[in-house]
Design a binder for this molecule. Structure first.
Ligand code: PXP
Length: 237
């Protein structure tokens, strides 16, 4: 089974636009679970422009499904994750001002740093995932650094998909096989949508998890949250 983890950053962005508590991030997360999501993802950033640290603390005891916290492992983030102890932490190499994650780690160059950080999380019993491109070497060094899983950065797949789905997915199938051969679990995320998700899943059915935010929340404007989540789940069958 491939799990659907709903990234609720956009919900927090909407809330923050007015400074109040509408929509309530915890309620939306619990409703996502009720409607069939298998997990909730948050990406707290240092400027708290969407998910705040307090959201991460609020969500942890109330969620019934898997909680994935992703972000750049700066000391403040590491401290938050070690305190909150989500089921999974996903390490992303984004700088504080970045609009959204737009690349995987250079796991070779950052091997010593990643090894140290991953060990800290592994010792705390938190499953670890490292955001990477489809580059074989990046996946190999993620394994060497001690990651439990890799998350494939799927933006290049989503962008290439309209020009030809087979060519778009081919490097991801290869990368997924390499990860499997190394004994790594496999996640994927970024720009996955109702248009491209099912084809990705059909080609890599051993995917452990997809983490989807932007397109899913946009679809919910038209379809409603319940139907949207069910449609994304249908893409994973
Ligand atoms: N995975 C990671 C590591 C991300 O940073 C993001 C965006 O926050 C996602 C998945 C979800 O991407 P999208 O919002 O395009 O679905």
């Amino acid at each position: 089974m491939t799990r659907l983890s709903v990234n609720i950053n956009k919900v927090a962005t909407l809330r923050n636009a007015r400074g109040g508590d509408v929509p309530n991030v915890v309620k939306v997360a619990l409703d996502c679970e009720k409607f069939g999501a298998d997990g909730i993802t948050v990406h707290p950033r240092p400027d708290e422009r969407h998910i705040r640290k307090s959201d991460v603390y609020d969500l942890r005891p109330l969620l019934h499904t898997e909680f994935n916290t992703e972000g750049y492992p700066a000391p403040e983030f590491i401290d938050l994750v070690l305190k909150v102890k989500p089921h999974q932490v996903t390490l992303v190499p984004d700088s504080p001002a970045q609009l959204t994650s737009n690349a995987g780690w250079d796991t070779k160059k950052n091997q010593a740093f990643l090894t140290e950080v991953l060990e800290e999380f592994n010792n705390a019993g938190i499953r670890t995932s490292v955001f990477v491109s489809t580059d074989t070497e990046m996946i190999e060094y993620a394994a060497k650094a001690g990651a439990d899983r890799v998350e494939l950065y799927t933006e290049p797949y989503a962008t290439a998909y309209p020009q030809g789905e087979e060519a778009a997915v081919a490097p991801f199938v290869e990368a997924a096989k390499i990860a499997r051969g190394l004994g790594l679990g496999l996640n994927a995320g970024h720009d996955l949508s109702l248009v491209n998700l099912n084809y990705f899943y059909k080609n890599i059915p051993w995917l452990d998890e997809v983490s989807i935010g932007h397109a899913l929340i946009c679809d919910a404007l038209y379809l409603g949250l319940e139907r949207t989540i069910q449609e994304y789940k249908n893409c994973l069958r």
